[in-house]
Ligand binder design. Structure first.
Ligand code: COA
Length: 268
């Protein structure tokens, strides 16, 4: 018997963004995790990392189960990359239970973010704005010379935040296309647009800008976050637009009482 769907599948013009507060214990136990997931959790050296990662995975299962109408332990990933050692980092996770439901996950310190969409690739990234970041080296490894100059043109207190806008946009895009950091982030150029939007110019893919839109998210003070969304089939330009209401941090992640009040409406 399957569980009823707890939340509606995202409409074609929607991406659901869930913010996870990893400080609170979830309302479900790690018994819902797959054996490879539990094995991966056991490989973390630090207890804090193990706890946060486990909480995230419990929450992700519970949230995805709510869309699929399945018990959380029955959510199946297309390949269970945890069982493949280092190859875990290569493949974009997808759902065997229903591959039309797409998701992207980001963890950062005591938070995580999960983006969910229907038949549309998404990528999300979340980073704390750490004023002590070693910007000089990060600009060298992550940015084009034009981008590095644009960061350095900011007043000093704003530089880290500006860099993290570039970085989260790049990582969100690389997650949306499933390559992750196997693609050199310097090959991407982020062009800022009005209304907290951006487009990605990808030296390896001249059509990237028309196929994938980026929207910067309000993740609260001290955080940078970006969402990349695949455009409409057929290549129509679908920029990420519209109101963003994603302020709630889900603390009781296993049993959120309502569907996300953080639906991002994307405009065609
Ligand atoms: C995927 C990647 C972009 C994640 O970035 P990160 O800052 O380490 O971690 P985040 O919390 O933002 O994202 C992690 C999630 O991304 C997802 N992910 C993993 N590989 C992915 C891929 N190829 N495409 C899209 N999403 C991916 C997973 O859901 C992962 O969650 P998990 O750790 O619970 O499995 C990055 O680790 C990567 O590209 N790795 C492959 C290349 C690599 O390892 N290079 C090392 C030298 S740079």
């Amino acid at each position: 018997m399957t569980d009823p769907r707890r939340w509606a599948i995202p409409a074609p013009e929607e991406v659901h963004v869930w913010w996870l507060d990893l400080r609170a214990p979830p309302g479900a136990s790690d018994a819902i995790l797959s054996p490879p997931e539990r094995a991966r959790a056991a490989r973390f050296h630090r207890q804090i990392d193990r706890t946060r990662w486990t909480r995230t995975r419990i929450a992700v299962r519970c949230i995805l189960a709510g869309y699929l109408g399945l018990p959380p332990q029955d959510v199946e990933y297309a390949s269970d990359p945890e069982s493949e050692g280092m190859r875990t980092r290569i493949a974009k996770p997808t759902l065997a239970s229903d591959p039309r439901l797409r998701f992207s996950l980001a963890h950062a310190a005591d938070r995580a973010a999960l983006a969910v969409a229907w038949e549309r690739e998404v990528g999300i990234d979340l980073e704390p704005i750490d004023p002590d970041l070693d910007l000089r080296s990060l600009l060298t490894i992550a940015c084009s010379s034009v981008e590095a100059a644009s960061v350095e043109a900011q007043p000093p207190p704003d530089r880290v935040a500006r860099f993290l806008e570039l970085w989260t946009a790049k990582e969100a895009y690389l997650k949306a296309i499933g390559l992750g950091l196997f693609r050199d982030p310097r090959m991407l150029e982020i062009e800022f647009r009005p209304d907290r939007r951006a487009v990605v110019h990808d030296a390896h893919d001249p059509d990237a800008a028309s196929r994938c839109g980026v929207r910067f998210l309000d993740a609260g003070p001290g955080w940078a976050a970006a969402l990349a969304v695949e455009g409409a089939p057929g290549g129509a330009d679908l920029s990420v637009a519209g109101p963003v209401r994603c302020t709630a941090l889900m603390s009781d992640m296993a049993a959120p009482s309502a569907p996300p009040d953080n639906t991002l409406v994307i405009g065609c």
